[in-house]
Design a protein around this ligand. Structure first.
Ligand code: PMV
Length: 347
């Protein structure tokens, strides 16, 4: 079917890994399985305008963030299009205007690659469906996750919620290196409406890209042991999700965060993405937990910001603790309240 022009709008959230993806093989295949909470408030909304063009010999697109042209985003999208071209054959037959905006400030140090690639991938899959109505795709979300992975690995975990596995694991049925899948087993009600407050310690651009960081795992002295450990942590989480043992949950999540950064500190070249305030926050959390019996824990992405994860019933006390003890370590006192969410959607 030839559709001359139109537009599609999709939203996709960010996600926060509990077991971290750090290290990849060819074609964005992860060295180890990872699992993440899908977030809710932090998301990217993307409108894909498409218009049939005459020639079919190259990609043609413009990209805007909050209405402002962003030519500096083009190389990343161009790479993405080249990687997915064989799975999305109509890419060269249209000119695209990609209009995107984030619900979180772009200078927050929160990576928008997962939500951004997730939203764009879902737009493309929706367009494919429109063009090819009789096409019996297995599932839109599965294909969108597959495509998003080729844009940014962790983006494949942003299509669905609330708990997503990416990467083959012997004990998790249906897990795949190619796309994210919903965690298939029992999850205790302690994890229902789990909260994530993101403390914005450093809103600057990352000094080391995650692409570079993943590549440094190739010659890394501890790589093999680390990849095994990720499998072990995921195995342990299966029981923890079932029983709702939050003390064991905290131990694995915090160990994963520090291991991710330990890998950065022990690669060659080595680097440190945490800031002094990251460590102040971690110490304050440990003290708070000891004094109050709270189950709040921290995790980190490839940056200095700290994610605080905790059960909803602790919301009032943790927010008080943040205001009194942690906000002073955040740039301009800024932090973002988020919680578990259901994933990407067509708007
Ligand atoms: O998706 P990438 O290539 O930007 O990798 C990000 C990896 C971490 O955020 C550090 C960990 C993870 O599993 O999300």
């Amino acid at each position: 079917i030839a559709i001359a022009n139109g537009s599609i709008t999709c939203a996709a959230p960010s996600n926060i890994a509990l077991v971290k993806y750090w290290g990849k093989k060819k074609d964005q295949i992860p060295e180890n399985p990872s699992i993440s909470f899908t977030l809710s408030a932090c998301k990217t909304i993307t409108t894909l305008h498409y218009k049939k063009k005459k020639d079919q010999d190259q990609f043609s697109f413009d990209i805007y963030l909050d209405g402002i042209p962003k030519p500096d985003f083009k190389p990343k999208i161009e790479t993405f299009f080249r990687r997915i071209e064989m799975y999305v054959p109509f890419l060269k037959t249209y000119h695209f205007e990609i209009e995107t905006s984030n619900t979180f400030p772009h200078s927050s140090g929160i990576a928008s690659s997962a939500s951004g690639m997730g939203a764009l991938a879902l737009c493309l899959v929706q367009l494919e469906q429109k063009l090819n109505a009789e096409n019996a795709e297995e599932s839109n979300y599965k294909k969108a996750s597959f495509l998003a992975r080729l844009g940014s690995g962790s983006a494949c975990r942003s299509l669905e919620g609330e708990l997503i596995v990416w990467g083959e694991h012997a004990k998790i049925e249906g897990s795949s290196d190619n796309f994210g899948t919903k965690y298939p087993y029992e999850v205790h009600e302690h994890f229902k409406d789990y909260q994530d407050v993101i403390l914005l310690v450093d809103k600057g651009e990352k000094q080391v890209s995650s692409t570079l960081g993943h590549n440094l795992m190739h010659e890394h002295p501890y790589a093999e042991r680390r990849f095994e450990q990720a499998h072990e942590h995921l195995s342990k989480l299966i029981d923890i999700f079932k029983t709702g043992n939050l003390d064991r949950f905290v131990a694995i999540v915090e160990s994963e965060a520090l291991t991710l950064h330990a890998m950065m500190m022990t690669s060659m070249p080595y680097f440190i993405l945490m800031k002094p305030n990251t460590l102040h926050i971690i110490n304050a959390i440990w003290k708070f937990r000891q004094n109050t019996g709270s189950k709040v824990c921290f995790t980190l992405d490839a940056g200095a910001n700290v994610h605080l994860l905790f059960p909803k019933q602790e919301k009032d006390s943790v927010l008080k603790f943040i205001e009194s003890d942690l906000a002073k370590f955040c740039q301009n006192g800024h932090y973002i309240n988020d919680q578990l969410g259901l994933g990407a959607e067509l708007l």
